[in-house]
Ligand binder design. Structure first.
Ligand code: NAD
Length: 262
């Protein structure tokens, strides 16, 4: 019960990585507010957490709408008296798009959903996190650390989250508020299957993603949840401004594949 009596907001917590984070934090005694646009799926996640003995609730929140995030933060603090962890996780990866096909609308919508939401969630949470000496966790991506082909808009938004994390961590460190981000590689979520299902052979596409990771598979959402638990807890009391790569070794191997096979 490493987070007993703590309160966290997880944006995009209804499914995928956010669900993995929400259930993991709740499993350690944290009250979790799932801030999402998908009420039905969020309701299922809340029920699952409660069935396991945890504390969770849903707040309808579109992270593209500043007033929504502000309302969710303020309602959470009004109801529970505190906020300890703000997880800015909601985001979306568009289908593969060349620079020629990347419209200004797509580029700006990626920044709004993936990056501006991180700024907004942080901005509204910080006054409350100062009081609890709490922390912020942003779900960025490996695409924000290394390149990703046909995903320039996405990678820009994710690299923006990494830069935002580091700058805000320096600013808030003297106030006792830590700010970190997680950079996953492939994670088995509805978003990943949304992409795979656009291809002729979704199962083969998923196997190709598995093979990108030396550990031989993509991550489970709960494995990202455990990384978030570390960052959220006192175990990470001296960790701030860190971009925690959770990639099954995907960025490690520089050997040409033919030599590895010999
Ligand atoms: P997902 O689509 O499976 O789940 C996303 C969740 O966010 C859903 O519950 C959805 O309803 C919610 N959401 C979407 N738009 C929203 C909005 N405007 N306001 C509030 N909630 C909204 O996606 P995922 O794979 O779990 O991805 C979560 C985060 O992890 C994203 O930021 C994504 O970029 C990042 N990420 C994913 C992977 C991966 O392989 N799945 C890898 C690296 C990073």
């Amino acid at each position: 019960m490493r987070l007993a009596d703590k309160v966290a907001i997880v944006t995009g917590g209804a499914k995928g990585i956010g669900r993995g984070i929400a259930t993991t934090l709740a499993g350690e005694g944290c009250r979790v507010v799932i801030a999402d646009i998908d009420a039905d799926t969020a309701g299922q996640t809340v029920s699952e957490i409660e069935a396991a003995g945890g504390l969770a609730e849903f707040q309808a929140t579109d992270v593209r709408v500043p007033a929504d995030i502000e309302r969710t933060v303020e309602r959470t603090v009004a109801a529970h008296g505190r906020l300890d962890v703000m997880v800015n996780n909601a985001g979306w990866h568009p289908p593969a798009t060349s620079i020629d096909e990347t419209s200004l609308e797509l580029f700006e919508s990626q920044l709004t959903l993936n990056l501006t939401s991180t700024y907004l969630g942080s901005k509204f949470a910080v006054p409350h996190l100062r009081r609890t000496k709490g922390n912020i966790i942003n779900t960025a991506s490996l695409a924000g650390v290394v390149g990703q082909t046909l995903a320039a808009a996405y990678a820009a938004s994710k690299a923006g989250q990494v830069g935002f994390t580091k700058a805000l961590a320096v600013e808030l460190a003297p106030q006792g508020v830590r700010v970190n981000c997680i950079c996953p590689a492939g994670v088995d979520t509805p978003l990943l299957w949304e992409w795979a299902n656009t291809l002729d052979d979704p199962a083969a596409a998923a196997q190709t993603v598995d093979a990108l990771h030396p550990l031989g598979r993509m991550a489970r959402a709960e494995e990202i949840g455990r990384a978030a638990l570390f960052l959220a807890s006192e175990d990470a009391s001296f960790v701030t401004g860190h971009a925690l790569v959770v990639d099954g070794g995907a960025t490690l191997d520089y050997s040409p594949a033919q030599y590895a096979a010999e």
